[in-house]
Ligand binder design. Sequence first.
Ligand code: ATP
Ligand code: MG
Length: 159
Amino acid sequence: MIILAEIDLPDLAETQAVAARLAPLLRPGDILAFDGTLGAGKTEFCRAMIHALGFADDVPSPTFNLVQVYEPSPEDMTTPAIWHMDLYRLESPEEAFELGIEEAFDTAVSLIEWPAKLGPYLPEGFLTCRLEIMADQGARKLTLIGDEQWRNRLGSILS
Ligand SMILES: Nc1ncnc2c1ncn2[C@@H]1O[C@H](COP(=O)(O)OP(=O)(O)OP(=O)(O)O)[C@@H](O)[C@H]1O
Ligand SMILES: [Mg+2]
């Protein structure tokens, strides 16, 4: 795993802009693991990606449901389904199978807050998106960590 980018996000608008640049690269089978403390901006980042992919509805935080699924309309052959998960309240890694994570990993883009809750069941090849709260009010730092394949795919947004 290599650090692919460190991106300053001075305000929420910049977080949304970076998320919107990343969103079009996503394809079924991708797993994005969002690390960061409470309030770091994981949900805001996911929400902005989901909106950028054209899902116009509300994007509530999956704090209590653990999973929110966004399905493209049947005639839309390009937009992937998105599973947005917040596993903070998961009591054991095994419980994740009841949510249908295997289907998500196979057929959708998985955006996972609190991915460590999956323990050994987080498949290889994920992109870590680490959000940190900076001393400056409202500022965040995004660190992207992944493999060579992610480096190649992210090329256009990293430069
Ligand atoms: N640069 C920024 N990027 C993202 N969010 C920001 C930024 N500046 C301020 N914020 C605020 O920080 C909060 C981030 O909340 P969010 O729900 O996204 O956090 P989270 O990481 O998902 O937390 P949790 O672990 O509780 O799910 C929001 O209230 C948002 O308005
Ligand atoms: Mg959240």
